[in-house]
Write a protein that binds this ligand. Structure first.
Ligand SMILES: Cc1cc2nc3c(=O)[nH]c(=O)nc-3n(C[C@H](O)[C@H](O)[C@H](O)COP(=O)(O)OP(=O)(O)OC[C@H]3O[C@@H](n4cnc5c(N)ncnc54)[C@H](O)[C@@H]3O)c2cc1C
Length: 498
């Protein structure tokens, strides 16, 4: 009774971590390679450190009175957890989750693609749809592997872990790849079974935020042909990043140490991508959720509805990102009075329509949320599929429009220190615009530079094209899912006078 406050409200136990708890958790034995050397401490490493700090600041926001009720919830045990973990039981739950995803995304204006709610939504869905995993017959058998998934969900939820995932085998030969086969030379595969678990060897790509995550999900690629020779490539498991034999090779960092003024996005949100190498890694049985069954692995994201929940989180992020692009372009247009120009308005309206398309699709998906085969709720899939197929086309067009609007101003820019050195008077004078003083103009266009042409910005474009998989495969899935029969019937009726 002593624990119950006088107002009779039980204070929930907090499972959400603080930023410093997250940062402390990254100081482990993980093997991360960047710029030709092994990293001692990712929280201190140039090119990684400032992104870790940004994520820590987001994690802290979970505790802020302004956000706490929108982005966390009290679970069935009375513990406060991230809202992405909540298994939705109503349309309102779906809308609440959408609001929470959008809030997380707004903190970086959509430029931190891998806020933890993305993977949390997926883990939640795999646990909520764990009946599907029960169909497994190999390994420990489906029942146990489904329990493994639920246990893992509870572990991640109650410890507020940050996850990355790696789903794709490196391509050795595209013709082989298109046939749904992988190369033993490079692809991640099971090489041995032991009492403790399985030993895996090979590589996977890619793990965005991998060096700054606690755990990695190694889930199935969605194009594994169901043949016996593909059995060693078929599995789903999750292990800590600090696992013996696990090695992450980072690309170059686009955070080159510039100030927040000079590089407003790359100095903050440089979520690293890494190729993941497994060298005789032991995966314990209790961390395996599917095993040795390509036919089970292939539809898993779809059948558990994990893909629907992930697309929901993504669409909320893309809305925040599109709104940011509209704001940026309008600011640029206003700065020099071009906001009265018909051509400029027309270009920006193109981006406004993209933002409103994403908003409408999101609204449509949430409003038509429905119960799924497991008795939980999901947003309507088709509008979210449309959004995820459109964005790889829309975002590069937004960048093209920004380049047209910004022209040389996107790169002909002094740096922050030029406002306090011996050329400061020149800089104050020659960089002003009719509606913006020099310093604010340089700040605005440096932001546009980081979006449109910096290394960080170019990687963002590549990310939007590919992070959800090859566009050709996404389009193929879209075609297959689309309700076509009635439409084909209309053509049939017309040409056959029915
Ligand atoms: C910035 C970034 C971050 C990423 N983060 C992650 C992550 O965190 N986790 C993760 O698992 N993955 C991640 N990815 C990887 C992403 O899943 C892959 O890039 C994507 O699946 C494409 O695979 P690939 O890069 O090997 O290209 P390839 O498969 O080599 O594709 C090259 C080209 O071939 C086309 N193509 C591929 N397959 C077919 C086919 N069957 N038929 C016709 N054309 C085809 C593609 O459309 C593309 O144009 C990320 C990618 C990027 C760029």
């Amino acid at each position: 009774m002593d624990d119950i406050p006088s107002n009779n409200k039980i204070t929930p136990k907090t499972c959400i971590r603080t930023g410093s708890q997250y940062l402390d958790g990254l100081k482990d034995s993980r093997e991360i390679w960047i710029h030709g050397k092994r990293v001692k401490d990712v929280t201190k490493e140039d090119g990684l450190q400032r992104c870790a700090e940004s994520l820590a600041s987001f994690i802290d926001k979970q505790h802020h009175p302004k956000f706490i009720d929108d982005i966390t919830y009290v679970d069935e045990d009375g513990d406060r957890c991230g809202l992405a973990f909540k298994i939705p039981k109503s349309k309102q739950d779906i809308k609440d989750k959408g609001k929470s995803y959008y809030e997380w995304a707004k903190w970086s204006n959509g430029y931190f693609g891998r806020t933890p709610d993305y993977k949390n939504a997926s883990v939640m869905a795999f646990a909520a749809g764990s009946k599907f995993l029960e169909k497994g017959t190999k390994g420990q058998g489906g029942k146990v592997m489904a329990e493994n998934m639920i246990n893992y969900y509870n572990y991640v939820k109650k410890n507020d872990k940050v996850l990355t995932h790696t789903l794709v085998n490196p391509t050795y030969n595209h013709q082989q790849g298109y046939k749904g086969k992988f190369s033993e030379k490079v692809a991640l595969q099971v090489v041995k079974e032991t009492d403790a678990g399985v030993i895996v060897n090979g590589a996977r790509l890619l793990a965005t935020l991998g060096p700054l995550s606690d755990e990695i999900e190694v889930f199935p690629s969605t194009v594994l042909k169901a043949t016996p020779d593909n059995v060693p490539f078929a599995f789903a498991f999750a292990i800590p990043i600090a696992t013996e034999g696990l090695k992450l090779i980072c690309r170059d960092s686009y955070d080159t140490g510039q100030s927040n003024f000079d590089a407003p996005l790359s100095s903050r949100y440089e979520e690293m991508d890494a190729v993941v190498i497994f060298e005789n890694v032991l995966v314990p049985w209790e961390r395996i959720f599917m095993y040795g069954e390509p036919e089970l692995c292939n539809p898993a994201f779809s059948e558990t509805n994990a893909v629907v929940h992930m697309m929901h989180q993504v669409a909320c992020g893309k809305l925040a990102k599109s709104e940011f692009m509209v704001g940026l372009m309008c600011s640029i247009a206003q700065a020099s009075g071009r906001d009265k120009d018909l051509h400029t308005k027309g270009l920006i309206v193109e981006v406004m329509k993209m933002a409103e398309t994403v908003r409408a699709l999101l609204f449509s998906a949430e409003e038509q949320a429905h119960e799924d085969q497991y008795g939980n709720f999901i947003p309507l899939r088709s509008p979210l599929e449309t959004s995820r197929n459109l964005y790889p086309v829309m975002y590069p067009r937004m960048i093209e429009i920004l380049q047209i609007l910004g022209a040389s101003s996107l790169m002909a820019l002094p740096s922050e220190s030029d406002f306090s050195n011996e050329i400061s008077l020149d800089v104050e004078r020659y960089f002003q615009l009719s509606n913006l003083d020099s310093k604010n103009r340089v700040a605005l266009f440096r932001l546009a530079h980081d979006v449109a042409i910096s290394g960080f910005g170019s990687r963002q474009s590549l990310y939007e094209r590919y992070f959800f998989g090859p566009p050709a495969l996404m389009a193929s899935g879209y075609y297959d899912l689309y309700s076509k029969d009635e439409l084909i019937g209309r053509i049939d009726s017309l040409i056959n006078n029915k």
